[in-house]
Design a protein around this ligand. Structure first.
Ligand code: ZN
Length: 64
């Protein structure tokens, strides 16, 4: 019997065994996405002054 866990990034079930190399994530991609989110949070806290507000505004305009 193998236990399953849910991938923290996409919620997909992942078998908790040695074959699941990236557990608790389903894949390397989900693992990197999760680590990337974490890194972005850090940068946001440390780099408030360099927040590219203009770029964010441009993105909003492009979505219209
Ligand atoms: Zn996943």
């Amino acid at each position: 019997m193998s236990k399953t866990v849910k991938c923290p990034t996409c919620g997909k079930e992942v078998r908790w065994d040695s074959a699941s190399k990236w557990r608790p994530f389903c894949s390397e991609r989900c693992r990197l996405i999760d680590l990337g989110d974490w890194a972005n949070e850090s940068h946001r806290i440390e780099g408030n002054e360099t927040l590219p507000q203009e770029l964010i505004e441009q993105d909003k305009n492009n979505q219209h």
